[in-house]
Design a protein around this ligand. Structure first.
Ligand code: ADP
Ligand code: MG
Length: 232
């Protein structure tokens, strides 16, 4: 089983959007996939699967009250999702320190994708520590790339295998950092360039997966290409 953390230096770069859509793309390719939210203060993953009001969440598992299966929900193509709760009570309840040992206990999937919090604070490091491989998401902008460097350094310290970078929301504007330069700065291959796409934005805003609502858009094709290369 591959345990992959989706990490970034900054928030708002599209980590959760990528985790949700990539998970469904891998499931569509026939893989057994589990998606886990690790964004304790930004628990957004469940929104893409309409799980914001479920009774049991990953918080109950982390507090020791439930087993992992009790907080797994099924999404499109059989993808399984473990959401974090969205209320302040949920936040108080969970114990993020247990995250790595919980993740290591989970078996039975081809891919386990973890939607990490941004940056390199404690909970983000916990999410990185839970995985064996890391995928980094950045915008094609200097600040985002520079912050990604710190996440890459932490992944190095923890001995993670670095798969590469997904450059998200590419518009092709002249102020954007070219992909070659991003590869040189991060010393990592670019695995996918996902274009800025209004339908991706709209899907996210309405709790949908752009891969399913706009399957023929370039963003969806880029995502499926990424899923194919990861599943080879
Ligand atoms: P993060 O999890 O890194 O904080 P999100 O996944 O919540 O980021 O995405 C941040 C915003 O960017 C959302 O409004 C989302 O719909 C939008 N977004 C993500 N990817 C794209 C894309 N390829 N094109 C347009 N908007 C995108
Ligand atoms: Mg997020």
């Amino acid at each position: 089983m591959r345990r992959i953390v989706i990490a970034s230096g900054k928030g708002g770069v599209g980590r959760t959007t990528l985790t949700a859509n990539l998970g469904v793309a891998l499931a569509k390719l026939g893989k057994k996939v589990l998606l886990m939210d690790a964004g304790f203060t930004t628990p957004d993953l469940g929104l893409f699967f309409k799980l914001e009001r479920v009774l049991y969440t990953l918080n109950d598992v982390l507090s020791g009250d439930l087993s992992p299966q009790d907080a797994m929900y099924e999404g499109p193509f059989g993808v399984k999702v473990m959401p974090l709760g969205t209320t302040p009570e949920h936040m108080k309840k969970s114990n993020p320190a247990r995250y790595p040992s919980l993740v290591r206990k989970i078996e039975g999937f081809d891919f386990l994708l973890i939607d990490a919090p941004a940056g390199v604070k404690r909970e983000a490091v916990g999410a990185l520590r839970s995985a064996e491989e890391a995928l980094f998401v950045t915008l094609p902008e200097t600040v985002s790339i520079s912050d990604t460097l710190k996440s890459v350094a932490v992944a190095d310290l923890l001995g993670l295998k670095k798969l590469g970078v997904v450059v998200n929301r590419v518009r092709g504007e002249d102020y954007e950092v070219p992909s070659k330069e991003i590869e040189e700065t991060l010393e990592l291959p670019i695995l996918a360039e996902i274009p800025e796409d209004k339908s991706a934005r709209k899907a996210g805003a309405t709790g949908k997966l752009f891969l399913l609502s706009s399957p023929h858009r370039p963003a969806s094709k880029a995502l499926l290409g990424l899923a194919r290369s990861l599943s080879q």
